[in-house]
Design a protein around this ligand. Structure first.
Ligand code: MN
Length: 312
């Protein structure tokens, strides 16, 4: 099996250091997973507001937030107000086409815990985007998933954040998370030194993000914030992958069926064609009602013009 290693691009979003793995040098999405940011881990000083992402729109995608540690308040143009905490998923669906769209804000909340509050002024989160199949008419929505299937295999804890997964022991797990194409997402956490074998779906493309620690597989070592990518053709005859790691190593295993449509990204927009990206920039910057209003006094971000010669 050929595994390609994608390296992160360092950036910053809303005051937090980010390792961006997707999009990555013209590489296509992994299934419908088209964007992948690892935010943090970061600690905030007492006078630091933490994550502050102002009002901005999305189109033709779902934002999928997987919280490893910390708390973020999500507010959107549907009126949703939801704090996401450790081991939870927030899923916001923008809907498809020029009549749909959504806007939201994200900001740190520092909960007043009985123990040292300083210990809770931090963030460690994975944010992914899932491109929507544009041949379906999909409505905007927001869902919060506080409880997800969780189990252990040997020394490894697994949490199924989306999709169905059959473990090597044959047990089937099903996450409640809303999907519009076939996807899987599993948080893999080594509680002790050990190994685990993960099943692969033959029709899927797969990826593994090293969130913390170091991973060994098939004689190669992978470091924190590297993304292993293996496509359908790389997997012929391969139905599983063995992963070896030390205590504390954490991974995000993703996979999915490729969409039938093209996936173009510009700023916070996804579309299957350039004209629709252009129109979404115009609509957002002119306050079009398709993006609604967020009940927030946070800054409203401005969409940059699509560059001439944009190819996606
Ligand atoms: Mn967003």
């Amino acid at each position: 099996m050929t595994i390609r290693t994608l390296k992160p691009r360092s950036t910053e979003v809303g005051g937090v250091p980010i390792a961006r793995l997707l999009p990555n040098k013209g590489k296509q999405p992994i299934g419908a997973w088209c964007f992948l940011d690892h935010a943090g881990p970061a600690e905030f000083a007492q006078d630091d507001l933490g994550v502050q992402v102002g009002r901005h729109p999305h189109t033709n995608l779902q934002t999928f937030s997987w919280m490893i540690d910390g708390e973020i308040l999500h507010k959107d143009s549907l009126g949703s107000e939801q704090v996401i905490a450790k081991n939870q998923v927030n899923l916001m669906t923008a809907g498809t086409g020029l009549n749909q769209g959504i806007s939201h804000t994200e900001q740190s909340v520092f909960l007043d815990n009985a123990d040292s509050s300083a210990a809770h002024r931090h963030i460690n989160m994975i944010q992914l985007w899932i491109a929507l199949p544009t041949d379906q008419q999909i409505e905007r929505s927001f869902h919060h998933y506080p409880e997800l299937p969780t189990w252990t295999e040997g020394n490894v804890e697994l949490i199924l954040t989306t999709g169905n997964y059959q473990s090597v022991s044959g047990k089937l797990y099903q996450a409640p998370t809303l999907q519009y194409s076939k996807l899987v997402g599993i948080d893999v956490h080594f509680l002790e030194d050990g190994d685990i074998t993960l099943n692969l779906e033959s029709s899927f493309e797969h990826g593994i993000l090293v969130v913390a620690g170091e991973l060994e597989s098939e004689g190669q070592v992978y470091k924190k914030d590297q993304l292993l990518r293996f496509d359908h053709d790389d997997m012929i005859g391969k139905t599983s992958i063995k992963l070896v790691a030390n205590k504390g190593t954490r991974l995000m295993f993703i996979g999915g069926e490729p969409l039938n449509n093209q996936v173009l990204l510009w700023w916070n927009f996804v579309a299957d064609n350039k004209e629709e990206l252009k129109q979404s920039v115009i609509d957002w910057n002119n306050g079009h009602e398709r993006f609604g209003e967020v009940d927030s006094d946070m800054q409203r971000l401005v969409a940059p013009e699509l560059p001439k010669g944009f190819k996606g």
